[in-house]
Design a protein around this ligand. Structure first.
Ligand code: GLN
Length: 550
């Protein structure tokens, strides 16, 4: 029998509900339980796929090709649970399904209403999210208690609790204890009011997790307990972490969340399992042997969430080499305007992430060229790989004006072109090449050596591809196409064999990297950056030997 654990958030947004939910999942997995994770988002977009990264942060792609909330990235990184298209739903997707059923005549003449029709469908989705039969299904409700948009979700989880056997549902509420510098105290009032709001709806939280910038003051637990009707031992502190988000599960374990879960889910009261793997990870993060500096040349540099999985994957690669990561976030547009030199000098590796549209592409191309000619490690992802291809076509093959038809439809050399099956696609939502596809690695290539295998499964999100009409010319000029999706002969990986690390992938390896299992490409890239640093860094001027002329 599956038990259900709902995570709501109060007071303010951005409290880290996703990381807290993922950490709860880790605590349960350490007890040998199987968990599933799901996020219900109150916004009206059907999925975040059409939203600007500035609005929503990155779009996380699941193995089965759903474009989802970035919290699902935390779920997969922290746990062994696999997310899929049932792991994320929005007000938009819920209403479209209910309206579709109404058009089909499913409601037999009845008036379709928020209660019961929308709330019933939400409960149906919660059951679908748990269809693999986990021991505990964790469901995170997006937004903040008190928002108009969250109401149907809160009503649905209240009703859901009523239908389950007593004790099989646990409500965890995450709140904020703000510290007022002027008066030098930590305040519980916002927490009291937020819990009050939940109780108005009929949800009585079992556990309160309190975010705070410093440890709770004495007596605080008791005060919160009294005003919020939660036992003091169920008031858990979640203090800001200084090294890494991967400290959170162990911190919560130490502050009694594991014990609270045991009580509320009536689990066997045995000690938690071994945490050696997490402790080892934290040891490597806290006591690095050195530091490397990686530049990320992108379009949405101002917002950390826009490249969340990339930054996380880089940190996993850093931990694998026991190196702290210093990030230099560079706007691709600024780099294009002022040239790469002032921006890239001194870094030990450059990562060029994915993106869409013209803005910033020339900067990414320039960065790729700077790395290629100086022997500086360069890792291109999706649009980044396409930028590397354009750079090579222009500056090594000699194809002046080479470009992607995404930004220059009439360019003389469309080395990156729209995939055939994308032609005529007019709807923007959910219509890219999405999700996992197998990629065959060329024997003896850099990629196959790094992966240590000849087939990999990686996740995609794109419409353009390397144009096969140019493949021979690129390859004759020294670019190696080392990974191919055989069913459609799509180039998935490019690399330069003689370069310390100049490799681009059409897919998004960042989605499959975990702190305890760093993605091989990220680990290899950071390894190359460490070697670059140890070798004294990249030369200030071009290293002619690295320009592979035809
Ligand atoms: N805009 C490019 C394409 O659609 C790259 C997409 C991406 O980087 N995710 O092919």
């Amino acid at each position: 029998m599956t038990q259900y654990l709902f995570v709501t958030g109060g007071v303010v947004s951005s409290l880290g509900k996703g990381i807290t939910s993922a950490s709860i999942a880790v605590l349960l997995e350490k007890r040998g339980l199987k968990v599933s994770l799901q996020k219900l988002d109150p916004y009206i977009n059907v999925d975040p796929g059409t939203m600007s990264p500035f609005q929503h942060g990155e779009v996380y792609v699941t193995e089965d090709g759903a474009e989802t909330d970035l919290d699902l990235g935390h779920y997969e990184r922290f746990t062994h649970a696999a997310v899929n298209k049932y792991s994320n739903a929005t007000t938009g997707s819920i209403y479209s399904e209910v309206i579709r059923r109404e058009r089909r005549g499913d409601y037999l003449g009845r008036t379709v209403q928020v209660i019961p029709h929308i709330t019933d469908h939400i409960q149906e989705l919660i059951l679908m999210g748990a269809q693999q039969g986990p021991d505990v299904a964790i469901v995170e409700i997006g937004g903040t208690v008190g928002d108009i948009e969250s109401l149907p979700f809160l009503e649905a989880i209240r009703q859901f609790g009523l239908k389950q056997p007593a004790g099989d549902v646990c409500y965890v509420h995450l709140t904020l204890l703000p510290f007022l510098r002027a008066s030098g105290e930590m305040k519980t009032k916002p927490t009291q009011q937020s819990v009050g709001k939940l109780r108005e709806i009929g949800i009585i939280p079992n556990i309160l997790v309190c975010r705070c910038e410093r440890p709770m003051e004495p007596g605080m637990r008791e005060k919160i307990s009294l005003f919020c009707n939660v036992r003091p031992e169920d008031v858990i502190e979640e203090v800001d972490v200084d090294t890494s988000i991967y400290e959170v599960p162990l911190n919560l374990l130490r502050d009694g969340l594991d014990a609270a879960l045991v009580r509320h889910l009536r689990l066997q009261d045995t000690p938690s399992g071994s945490w050696g793997d997490w402790e080892d990870l934290l040891g490597r993060l806290r006591n690095p042997a050195g530091e490397v500096e990686i530049a990320v040349v992108g379009k949405y540099i101002e917002l950390h969430d826009a490249y969340k999985s990339i930054y996380e994957a880089l940190s996993h690669g850093g931990a694998a080499h026991r190196h702290r990561l210093r990030l230099r976030k560079i706007s691709a547009e600024d780099l294009a305007a002022r040239g790469p030199d002032g921006f890239l000098r001194g870094v030990h590796g450059v990562l060029i992430p994915g993106g869409f549209g013209e803005r910033g592409l020339e900067g990414k191309i320039a960065a790729a060229g700077w790395c290629r000619t100086r022997g500086l490690p360069c890792f291109g992802i999706c649009f980044g790989m396409q930028a590397m291809t354009i750079e090579y076509a222009r500056n090594v093959v000699g194809l002046a004006g080479a470009n992607s038809t995404e930004v220059a439809p009439d360019c003389p050399h469309p080395v990156i072109d729209l995939m055939r099956d994308q032609r005529g696609v007019s709807d923007k939502g959910g219509s890219m090449r999405l999700g996992a596809y197998p990629c065959r690695l060329l024997d003896g290539s850099v990629a196959s050596t790094i992966y240590g295998r000849d087939m990999v499964l990686e996740r995609h999100r794109h419409r353009w591809e390397l144009n096969n009409n140019y493949r021979r010319r690129l390859e004759q000029a020294g670019l190696r196409c080392s990974g191919v999706y055989e069913a459609r002969d799509l180039v998935e990986i490019i690399e330069l064999p003689a370069h310390p690390f100049w490799l681009g992938v059409q897919y998004h390896p960042e989605f499959k990297s975990k702190p305890l299992q760093p993605h091989p490409l990220f680990a290899a890239f950071i390894g190359a950056a460490v070697r670059c640093k140890e070798g004294g860094g990249a030369p200030a001027a071009e290293a002619p030997a690295l320009v592979t002329q035809p």
